[in-house]
Design a protein around this ligand. Structure first.
Ligand code: KG4
Ligand code: ZN
Length: 397
């Protein structure tokens, strides 16, 4: 089965084509094409993502990325000039209606549709939430336009589910395109989702059935990383930069007791919820008391901040493991790229004898591979395709 994944929920425009094959060892997934355009440079100057600007950029990039992705997947076939499509005019009218607010995207898409054949793809998986609604919207209408043009069925896909399921890809040796074996998850599983917009603990009792058992009361972890980075005068998004600084401090000054202690919010609360806004404010007050925030101080604060986040995350995960007794721990979302978080949660898994499913670092942050994988999993589980769905910024698991 071939699936086209489309992701536009935030500031990454992603288009990916996967192929799945059942083998005696399980389902083998080949990434035929994977294109990602990051808008980070554009948003960096404003210190955060502007939804309308993100939407405009997605609209500009979707068609070129699709064309590149089809080409990479060897599915780009030029149309034979004599090949007449009877319904084309009618189709173009419908596509125009769908893309009524997206003149440029419409023009780009029609130009592409005029020159290429319908690719041999079985389904389109598109993120319909959660995320920035204008950004999601453009991906959804793009998928709907392709559905009209090519008659390929659509599966609306939850972005957070994408962050979960991409962790079940086990890389295998391959000569050409990247290949993975889809690992059978042992249930119940516990997922820790840590991204720019979410901090959630999710209980998965069976395949694709989710129950949110912990949530943030205010900021998401990634948001806190980004805001603290900003306070330290570091560029957006700050998660990776903070984690690099923290690592440098750990190497240069092992065993040093911090001069800038920060709180571990809600670490002793009986529930599984989180709060990171107070931690962020504590960093602000700490910095205000310092006359000259040198690079050395930045490094020390970065380490203490990361340690505070780590303590809270590992403590809540341990608490959830004791309460729900899962067989598997899954992590997902941009912050799960953090090496220290991976290392500490590996220890938690060893302690409790859990299988640990971790996405490849490049698949931790937003991408369309995870959306294609989620689409595949849903189809394999019998979910029906539909054209009746909307972008929903607050979509829940
Ligand atoms: O999942 P993602 O790409 O987008 C959302 O769906 O939000 O997550 C982006 C977040 C950003 O806040 C970024 O700073 C954070 O992931 N991030 C990290 C690291 N790499 C990315 N945070 C901590 N350590 C990292 N290495
Ligand atoms: Zn994400």
């Amino acid at each position: 089965m071939r699936i086209l994944g489309i992701e536009t929920s935030c500031d990454e425009t992603g288009v990916c084509i996967i192929e799945t094959k059942e083998t005696e060892n399980g389902v083998v997934l080949t990434v035929l094409g994977n294109q990602l355009y990051s808008q980070i440079k554009l948003h960096e100057q404003y210190g955060g993502v502007f939804p309308m600007m993100a939407k405009r950029e997605h609209a500009k990039n979707l068609v070129p990325l699709l064309e590149k992705c089809l080409d990479e997947a060897l599915l780009l076939k030029s149309k034979d000039d004599f090949h007449l499509i009877i319904n084309e005019e009618e189709e173009n009218k419908k596509i125009k209606e769908i893309l009524a607010r997206e003149g440029e995207l419409f023009n780009d898409l029609i130009k592409l549709l005029e020159k290429i054949e319908r690719p041999d793809i079985d389904a389109i998986a598109v993120t319909n939430g959660p995320g920035l609604e204008p950004a999601l919207w453009v991906g959804v209408v793009f998928a709907k336009a392709l559905n009209i043009a090519w008659g390929i069925p659509m599966i609306p896909t939850n972005h957070m589910e994408g962050h979960i399921v991409v962790s079940s890809l086990d890389k295998i040796e391959s000569k050409d395109k990247p290949q993975f074996l889809i690992r059978e998850t042992k249930y119940p599983a516990l997922a820790l989702l840590i991204s720019g917009g979410h901090t959630q603990l999710v209980l998965i009792k069976e395949n694709l059935k989710y129950e949110i058992i912990g949530n943030t009361c205010d900021d998401a972890v990634g948001e806190a990383f980004d805001k603290v980075a900003r306070m330290l005068g570091l560029p957006y998004p700050g998660g990776k930069i903070i984690s690099d600084l923290a690592e440098k401090e750990r190497i240069e000054f092992p065993n040093k007791k911090t001069s800038y202690p920060l709180p571990r919010p809600m670490i002793h609360s009986k529930d599984l919820n989180f709060s990171f806004s107070g931690l962020k404010t504590a960093v602000l007050y700490t910095l205000k008391k310092i006359n000259n925030v040198t690079d050395q101080i930045k490094q020390e604060v970065a380490l203490e901040f990361e340690s505070a986040v780590l303590d809270v995350l590992t403590s809540k995960v341990s608490q959830a493991v004791e309460e729900y007794n899962p067989q598997t721990l899954i992590i997902g979302g941009g912050v799960s790229a953090n090496p220290k978080i991976r290392a500490e949660l590996t220890k938690v898994c060893e302690k409790y004898g859990l299988e640990f499913l971790v996405p490849e670092v490049t698949a931790s942050t937003d991408n369309a591979l995870m959306i294609a994988v989620a689409g595949y999993m849903n189809i394999a589980a019998g979910k029906q395709d539909t054209t009746d769905f909307k972008a929903n910024g607050n979509l829940s698991l």
